[in-house]
Write a protein that binds this ligand. Structure first.
Ligand code: AMP
Length: 519
């Protein structure tokens, strides 16, 4: 049987000319040979440590091509890669190390002293450093290793990575992803988004997250396409490199920031074929402004750490238009349904919980069998925690407000964001979309805060356009004309910006804390 190791499968797509450039940074070009050679040295080093089968390699380092090669080396050696957000501080890292019990920890040189101390307490046998230039003790220790390594044979269900959920609410859980989960998704996206070896990906996303590591890097590696590798969103660098690129992936903030730059023009994007957005909802205003400015229609897709990618707006126009505010259609091989509280599938127009099934869906949460059981139905559907709707937006009387084809999915919110006020369910996204349409409003976040009578009271936090004022009473009056009274926010707070995490997600837990006393 063919080797199911993800590295071996990705490697089959590497450019035939191994001396050509695979990764380009402002400082250096790395060829496909370099990827094979450096990942082999790291893999030999990992193998020499005689780690137990299934050992975890936890990595909290700044983005660099070598960090990607460490990921590939971990796959090659048959171990489990555990990337950690560089924003996490000591207390958070302690939780992950205790929970995952990695054998090897790789950290930034600046954090070595506290990470070593923590890693020792959590049972790790080795700590290495890797800085943003690829230097550190990992490089030193692997310098004399053999530049060839025979990638170990893996089974499709062997664990390849553990991704801790971003944890904007509750305890972070480790999603266990197998070689099959990751490869099946990489393959589907490779054909659905039309990747070829001529593509050049502008890679500015972090690589501790599904978006940058799996969607972005796997896409380019499997296609044998070049990546322009920047440590983070950098508008000057983006303007410099865009004319040479064909694909860019970003969280919505990246597109907002590009549009804020007058030098970001249609001409600059002339060679581009695909802009992808995901990880958080893309505002219709951004979608429209982007199309007007560049002539390109951003392709919005939906996925998560536990499942990699689930749905996508069409790439090929013949399959239908890309529709703002929707996340498109299930990817080939992925099943998606919207259900009621009894797990009964709902038809178009009705709001319910999103459940998914497919070869891309993870096997469970690391050392949380109970939680895993809760999150899967008896027949294997994963409860995503997202709330969604097929097709058109309807008003409370069932009249169509916005017509959308039935097979397009829209994400209406997270089920844990659901507000229950006086026994009525309020889906924040629904209220937000009404508020966002009002003049002078950039965006909004609707939350529930404790309320003595109603259990929860609806509060809207609204960002006004620069130089415009938004009158809370006028917003309430306008909403009262459109939606049921119980959904109309009791309080409207106008702010300059919403708190967001590194992946651009609005931190509703922060808002709930800040405005807890308003109820
Ligand atoms: P993460 O595991 O950090 O990638 O977060 C996954 C969550 O991000 C999903 O469960 C959704 O709530 C949200 N998400 C991802 N893509 C989108 C999108 N295009 N629109 C709305 N929410 C999204």
């Amino acid at each position: 049987m063919a080797n199911a190791n993800l590295y071996a499968l990705l490697q089959a797509g590497f450019a035939a000319d191994r001396d050509s450039t695979a990764i380009e940074t402002p400082a250096r070009h790395y060829s496909w040979n370099d990827i094979e050679r450096i990942s082999a040295c790291y893999a030999n080093l990992l193998e020499s440590l005689r780690l137990p089968a299934g050992a975890r390699v936890a990595v909290q380092v700044e983005k660099s091509p070598e960090a990607l090669m460490l990921y590939l080396a971990t796959l090659r050696a048959g171990f489990v890669y555990l990337p950690l957000n560089t924003a996490y501080r000591e207390a958070e890292i302690e939780y992950f190390l205790r929970d995952a019990e990695p054998s090897v920890v790789v950290c930034s040189p600046a954090n070595l002293s506290w990470v070593s101390e923590l890693a020792g307490r959590c049972g790790a046998s080795q700590v290495y450093t890797l800085d943003e230039h690829g230097a550190g003790t990992l490089d030193e220790a692997s310098a004399d290793e053999d530049e060839r390594f025979e990638t170990v044979a893996s089974q499709p269900d062997d664990l390849a990575a553990i991704l801790y959920t971003s944890g904007t609410t509750g305890r972070s859980k480790g999603a266990m992803l197998s070689h099959r989960n990751l490869y099946s998704n990489a393959q589907v996206l490779n054909s659905y988004w039309g990747w070829t070896g001529d593509d050049v990906l502008l890679h500015m996303l972090p690589i501790f997250h599904v978006h940058g590591l799996f969607v972005g890097a796997h896409g380019a590696l499997l296609a044998g396409a070049r990546m322009i590798w920047l440590p983070k969103l950098d508008i000057e660098q983006a303007l410099h490199y865009l004319p040479r690129c064909t694909v860019m992936m970003g969280v919505p903030t990246y597109y907002v920031r590009l549009l804020a730059e007058p030098r970001f023009t249609r001409e600059l994007c002339a060679g581009m074929r695909l802009f992808v957005s995901g990880s958080a909802p893309l505002l219709a205003d951004t979608f429209n402004a982007f199309r007007e400015r560049t002539g390109h229609t951003i392709l919005e897709r939906y996925g998560m750490s536990e499942t990699v990618m689930l749905t996508s707006n069409p790439y090929d126009e013949s399959e239908g238009p890309r529709i703002a505010g929707t996340v498109g259609r299930p990817l080939p091989g992925v099943q998606v349904r919207v259900v009621n509280d009894d797990d009964i599938p709902l038809g178009p127009g009705l709001i319910g919980k999103v459940q998914v099934r497919g070869p891309n869906v993870f096997s469970g949460y690391w050392r949380m069998p109970e939680k895993t059981r809760e999150e899967f139905t008896a027949d294997g559907w994963f409860r995503t925690g997202d709330v969604g709707r097929w097709g058109s937006i309807l008003d409370d009387d069932g009249q169509v407000i916005q017509a959308i084809p039935d097979h397009y999915l829209s994400i209406v919110g997270r089920s844990k964001d659901l507000i229950i006020t006086g026994g009525f369910n309020v889906y924040p996204k629904e209220i937000e979309s009404f508020i966002d349409e009002l003049p002078g409003v950039v965006e909004s976040a609707v939350i529930g805060v404790p309320h003595a009578d109603f259990g929860e009271a609806v509060v809207a936090v609204v960002v006004a356009e620069p130089g415009r004022t938004v009158d809370p009473q006028a917003v309430q009056a306008s909403l009262k004309r459109q939606i049921a009274n119980f959904k109309v926010p009791k309080h409207i707070v106008v702010v300059d910006q919403l708190p967001r995490n590194t992946m651009g997600k609005v931190q509703k837990n922060v808002l709930r804390e800040t405005y807890a006393s308003l109820g």
